[in-house]
Design a protein around this ligand. Sequence first.
Ligand SMILES: C[S@@+](CC[C@H](N)C(=O)[O-])C[C@H]1O[C@@H](n2cnc3c(N)ncnc32)[C@H](O)[C@@H]1O
Length: 259
Amino acid sequence: MTFDVERTMSNYRDTRNLKTRISIYDYRTPRIDPTDLAAELMPADPHLVLDVGCGSGRYVQRLRRDHPEAVVVGIDAAPGMLAEVEPPIMVADAQAIPYPDASADAVLAMHMLYHVPDIAKAVAEFRRVLKPGGTLLVSTNVDTDKGAYFALMKRAFTKVLGPDAPPVDSVNVLFNSANAPGYLEAEFDSVESFEDHGTVAVPEPGPLLAFIDSTRSFFDIDDTAFDAIMAAIGEELDTHFAMHDHFEYNKGLIIYRCR
Ligand SMILES: C[S@@+](CC[C@H](N)C(=O)[O-])C[C@H]1O[C@@H](n2cnc3c(N)ncnc32)[C@H](O)[C@@H]1O
């Protein structure tokens, strides 16, 4: 899969795909609310906070509750994602943030940098808009994430598309725990990481099939072929659940605090 902004934006036409993906973490142990982790890492009394790639606004909501004196702006490149986020909101690209130099006390970029064509440019933008001493919080996936999940996807991709099937984990590899520090340390003197590892154990095929289908538009695969991939995954899961109570995979979260 090559990088394609149009496919990314089509996935985020509205909040449905993201909400489907977030809902699978109801099956994660230990249960965590990533907004709790981010809230703990925030500076004490920020005035201006920019949540870049805010999606459906779960961090925006949380930070407005924690910091009622602060202005927390929800920023996203996809207008449809902002439909449910209370103002102040802004449609903007992480690579060109329409805020002056040294204006924000904190910037968040949670699970979004793997979608940005020029990651280094976005990180430089975060540095530019932050006040000296300001805090950047970045979250992403752990590089060893979702082993059994990607293996399931790969078997179905290969079955339907043959040996030249596109990789199943391209979004994951663009910005994960293996390469994130390099991008962040290029702009920030201090980069601390906070990891949380868990297991997703899904008790029936439905939530997993919904999760995989929600990623459909990230792939350069036509609908007929993707439907065949979904059918192959469905068959494999039926066989799996005839013998097992759960389908399990590892799922880590890493948050970087950069100053
Ligand atoms: C996986 S979602 C994460 C949403 C939210 N941060 C969260 O963790 O719940 C990625 C979000 O980044 C947005 N996005 C993708 N590319 C972007 C860009 N270049 N600039 C700003 N937002 C972008 C998408 O529209 C989507 O809402």
